[in-house]
Design a protein around this ligand. Structure first.
Ligand SMILES: C[S@@+](CC[C@H](N)C(=O)[O-])C[C@H]1O[C@@H](n2cnc3c(N)ncnc32)[C@H](O)[C@@H]1O
Length: 282
């Protein structure tokens, strides 16, 4: 019998994974403006944040976007960052010097509601994690002022983000249920139509989507593979450990084969598609 998507197990897993991964995610990616994080400045730019604005940054992680927003709103503005991961929020608080007009809260976006009305709500690389993304968007709309703006970024379709797909597709050949059925995938809003659809279902207006292809460079396949194994979260490691050494070798070889088209002189240059959407409440 086909297994059904287990919402509670998924939520628990996401919190565990992000609590574990947050410090290395911050160190390797979020605090540097490299690869997909070149989108952070673009997102903040498209949101047209002004001095004095009140901004909510949903699924703020370790505060990469929040930090840039704070600079824009200045002392007369206010920023709140929320995330379901306690450890991510802990890093965000430490990394962003304490200010009276900045707050970070542990909160699940699917149950987040503020009486306060915001001028702008941002969400970078978070939307696809919410099983009920349209419900989140509808709730967020209620937290916006009349002409409030939503600004979101998501990863492109899996073939446009080989950093994820080259290894993942290789593993799935050997562990078909590596990702449990029904699990929200990182690329579910990875094309313009899908992203527009979920945002217009929440009745946002003036929707604009821009696409970017950034690059992410890795010195060699060995670096790519070894870092994957080193940094992967425990629940994923447990699944990988069900493979025999021979199977693991085959996964590695297949992953290597998948990276060849992005490899030149031993160095990998991955393209990384990102979609940035802005929309208005009215
Ligand atoms: C890829 S990170 C992005 C973090 C940050 N926006 C950035 O760009 O660096 C995804 C974040 O989404 C958070 N997240 C996942 N599901 C969530 C939910 N239901 N509510 C709030 N945050 C969630 C994770 O804890 C993680 O910090």
């Amino acid at each position: 019998m086909k297994k059904k998507f287990d919402y509670n197990a998924y939520k628990k897993n996401i919190i565990n994974i992000w609590n574990e991964v947050a410090p290395r995610y911050h160190k390797r990616f979020a605090q540097k403006d490299i690869g997909p994080f070149q989108s952070t400045s673009k997102l903040v730019e498209f949101a047209k944040i002004k001095p004095g604005d009140k901004v909510l940054d949903i699924a703020c992680g370790t505060g990469a976007v929040t930090k840039k927003i704070l600079k824009k709103v200045g002392l007369s503005g206010m920023v709140i960052g929320t995330d379901v991961s306690f450890n991510a929020i802990k890093i965000a608080k430490k990394w962003n010097v304490h200010k009276n007009n900045l707050d970070f809260l542990v909160a699940d976006a699917e149950n987040t509601f503020f009486q306060k009305k915001f001028d702008i709500i941002t969400c970078q690389y978070g939307l696809f994690f919410f099983p009920n993304a349209s419900k989140v968007l509808m709730n967020l709309k209620k937290c916006l002022k009349k002409n409030g703006v939503l600004a979101i970024s998501v990863h492109g379709d899996k073939d446009t983000v080989p950093f994820f797909s080259t290894i993942l597709e290789a593993i799935k050949k050997f562990i078909p249920d590596f990702i449990p059925p029904g699990t929200p995938t990182f690329d579910r809003f990875g094309n313009k139509q899908a992203l527009r659809k979920v945002v217009s279902a929440a009745k946002f207006k003036k929707i604009k989507v821009k696409e970017y292809v950034f690059t992410y460079n890795i010195d060699s396949f060995s670096d790519f593979w070894n870092n994957y194994l080193r940094y992967v979260a425990k629940p994923v490691k447990v699944k990988l450990n069900t493979l025999s050494p021979t199977e693991m070798k085959k996964v590695k070889e297949l992953a290597r084969k998948n990276t060849l088209r992005y490899t030149d002189n031993g160095k990998i240059v991955f393209p990384w598609k990102v979609l940035i959407l802005t929309a208005s409440k009215t």
